[in-house]
Design a protein around this ligand. Sequence first.
Ligand SMILES: [Zn+2]
Ligand SMILES: [Zn+2]
Length: 368
Amino acid sequence: MTDQSAATDLAASPGIPEVMRAAVLFGPGDIRVVDRPVPRPGPDEVLVKVAMCGMCGTDLKIFDGHFPLTPPFGDYTPGHEWTGTVAALGGRVDEFAVADRVCIEAHSGCGRCDNCLAGKYTACLNYGNRAKGHRATGMTADGGFAGYVVHDVGSLYALPATLSFEDAVLITTAGTGLYGLDVAGGYIAGLDVVVFGPGPVGLMTVQACQALGAGQVILVGTRPSRLDLGRRLGADHVINAREADPVPAILGLTGGAGADMAIECSGALEAPQQCAEVTKRGGKIVIVAFYPGPVTLDLSAIVRSDISIHTSRGEGGNNVKRAVALAARGRLRGAELVTHHFPLEEIGTALRVVREREGDPVKVVVQP
Ligand SMILES: [Zn+2]
Ligand SMILES: [Zn+2]
């Protein structure tokens, strides 16, 4: 929780400027890079010098003004997939040292509600309530499209020396897929898994499924370049849904019974129903995507087949820690997904590239 009265005096921290450049959202579609004071960490917070910040579909919703609980226009910096170097420590922080390289999870729960007490901090009952200690960087609090950002110490992870900042951006993303697997039971060794959507979440989830010993890992998408990348990253089979109906193709690969688990990472309106049609009796569907509107789903067929549906939001359950461990062992390759780098001053161009898919981006990062 930010406690200004006890905020760290940065005058004692040489090398940290008073002012930084930061992308501020002034209104729907109106993002400008302006001068902002460098924030001061509270007692349990860390000031991080941002190395880079990834951009995703959530940022497009935030940029358009369609995301709930964001701070007021004119006083808010988005960016929730950032990584960097520790610049200063709050007074009660001894877990890190200045110059440590760190990666993040976006959510810090309040620590006092029923869900936080049960470890479900991405479902914090005080979501968006800064006064009660909740923070979702770049969503309900200032994020990483800036020179510096403060973050709760409990949501930071040391970045192993073998990993690059590009890897670190995708570690946050990998945490989303791992959390989905976690809430669905986690133990997938030997299970046939279908991943819908070869975006960054899906591509990291494919790797996680391989690392955790899945049987066949089948990836479904529509863009050949992303499917090729998925194959290089460990998918056993890739299916282009524009060329072949994925349902019979997956049934064919699984002896007609269907997959043990379907993981929906695409956000396409038709994908949940396809998940239902390719999951075997007694299997599981895991949904980690967001949709542009209500989804049509044959729930009776799902009930008849004893299929369980699990959903999860973001990278909770301490799964970023698990992602760091897998990445350190070479089991999660993040940097290969980073296709575009832009300086912070060109964040408008970066947003356009993500929205228009100019140059077939997978992960776009912005660097202050
Ligand atoms: Zn994101
Ligand atoms: Zn809470």
